[in-house]
Design a protein around this ligand. Structure first.
Ligand code: DAH
Length: 437
């Protein structure tokens, strides 16, 4: 059974079309999974490597002049100055802790029990009840219950994933939500009816209020993205699925001749509105990945750079944000980023080493990627599957992965890489379900 899931999962990860549309933004839009109780697979002491726990509290998005902070403020500025008015005032939440309950991260967002996002191969669990949030949507329900009607939440989020220039197990998202009230004839009845399938029901999707919310959502997000990237930006909407919204969409932007997915959004599911005491209101919500936008806007070629402490990176963004970081709570100013392009300080050569093994039923590529990251550190630039074959007689599967090493800061020596690779080979068999070849 496990093996079946692994196969399904790895097809999903590596298949061309899905890869190109999903991975950079990493949305929760796919649903095809076999029925399984993921709860039974969560290790008692969780599955979070030490290197990741060390990332908690770095708060890159709150660090003055960090490119993620610049992007965050540009979006906040737009919501404060262009999308707030007498009726709506967006509140900003920037420092919620990333340790959240499974209830907030999945249950209250209506994730089915067998949604693959719940798998410990995808999500970092402290224990059965607590995770490192996989998305900033995890805070929606609590903020609504506290009575807020328009807000943005920014934070670090965590997912087990592949290793390459655009994937890192920790990244940043911003969540936005706005509630709408509609005049009713005194009858304040909840819109939620458990017998309706809101993901499919056409009458619901064509409802006048839902349409008004949809229009406001699309108008607001188009104006936001143009405010951040540029007024002549081309934008298109693609239908999507998220458990917590219906209808749902992804926004794509035309950038350097390619359509890129930048955010997911939708009309908040009536059950969530009902559960937070807002059953007679409607709302829209969206989630956007910040690394993606920063990489596009500043030409940042590798996601590991966001975590570097090298001044040759940070010096390039110094002074871009003219505001005074000690004057918090003041009205935000727009930040001019037109001419800010990252100049790679040098491209040090990369080298690669292959590793081949027979995999067992319990093997999952994400476990392997994480082990490599944990054992070999951030010198690993990219890990790719270069060979995968199953012996028809024994039914055993062999895989070969190519590990590319590159430092952002210096030349690596052959001996150093040999040592790292030797260390990996030495430890891997006792930790993962595989036999080296
Ligand atoms: N949480 C989703 C993700 O991580 C993004 C998202 C989609 C957020 C739709 C939303 C939304 O609020 O309405 O992929």
């Amino acid at each position: 059974m496990n093996h079946l899931i692994n196969c399904l999962k790895s097809t999903k990860i590596t298949s061309g079309s899905i890869k190109s549309t999903c991975i950079l933004f990493r949305s929760y839009s796919s649903t095809t999974t076999p029925t399984i109780d993921y709860n039974t697979l969560i290790p008692e002491n969780g599955n979070i490597p030490k290197s990741l726990l060390d990332k908690i509290g770095k708060n890159l998005h709150s660090s003055h002049n960090h490119p993620l902070n610049i992007i965050k403020k540009k979006i906040q500025y737009h919501f404060q100055s262009k999308l707030s008015n007498d009726q709506v005032d967006f509140q900003f939440f920037d420092d919620f802790h990333p340790r959240v309950s499974v209830k907030s991260n999945f249950d209250e967002l209506l994730f089915p029990k067998d949604h693959v996002g719940r798998s410990p191969n995808d999500t970092y669990y402290f224990n059965k009840n607590q995770v490192l949030r996989t998305h900033t949507s995890a805070h929606q329900n609590d903020i609504l219950r506290d009575g807020n009607r328009a807000f943005l939440v920014t934070g670090d989020v965590y997912r087990r994933d592949e290793i390459d220039a655009v994937h890192y197990p920790a990244f940043h998202q911003m969540e936005g939500l706005r509630v709408f009230s509609f005049p009713s004839d005194g009858d304040k009845k909840s819109h939620f009816d458990p017998s309706i399938n809101f993901y499919e029901n056409q009458e619901y999707k064509n409802n006048k209020e839902v349409k008004i919310v949809e229009e406001d959502l699309k108008r607001s997000l188009e104006s936001m993205i143009r405010g951040v990237i540029g007024q002549d930006l081309q934008v298109r909407w693609v239908d999507a699925y998220f458990p917590f919204t219906s209808p749902s969409w992804e926004m794509e932007i035309l950038f350097n001749g390619k359509w890129l997915e930048v955010l997911g959004c939708g009309v908040v599911h009536p059950e969530i509105m009902h559960n937070t005491g807002l059953g007679h209101d409607r709302a829209w919500a969206f989630g956007i990945g910040l690394e993606r936008l920063a990489m596009i806007l500043f030409d940042i070629p590798d996601i590991r750079l966001f975590w570097t402490e090298d001044s040759r990176f940070h010096d390039q963004f110094k002074g871009v944000d003219k505001s005074n970081p000690s004057e918090k709570g003041k009205k935000l100013q727009d930040i001019d980023i037109k001419n800010i392009k990252f100049q790679p300080y040098s491209k040090y050569p990369s080298c690669f080493k292959d590793i081949s093994f027979w995999i067992g039923d319990d093997f999952h590529s994400n476990k392997f990627f994480e082990f490599v990251r944990e054992c070999c550190g951030d010198l690993v630039e990219n890990v790719e599957l270069v060979d995968n074959f199953t012996n028809p007689k024994t039914n055993k599967t062999s895989q070969c992965y190519r590990i590319h090493y590159r430092s952002m800061e210096r030349n690596l020596t052959n001996e150093e890489i040999d040592q790292i690779q030797f260390n990996l080979r030495d430890k891997i068999e006792s930790s993962l379900d595989l036999k080296l070849r």
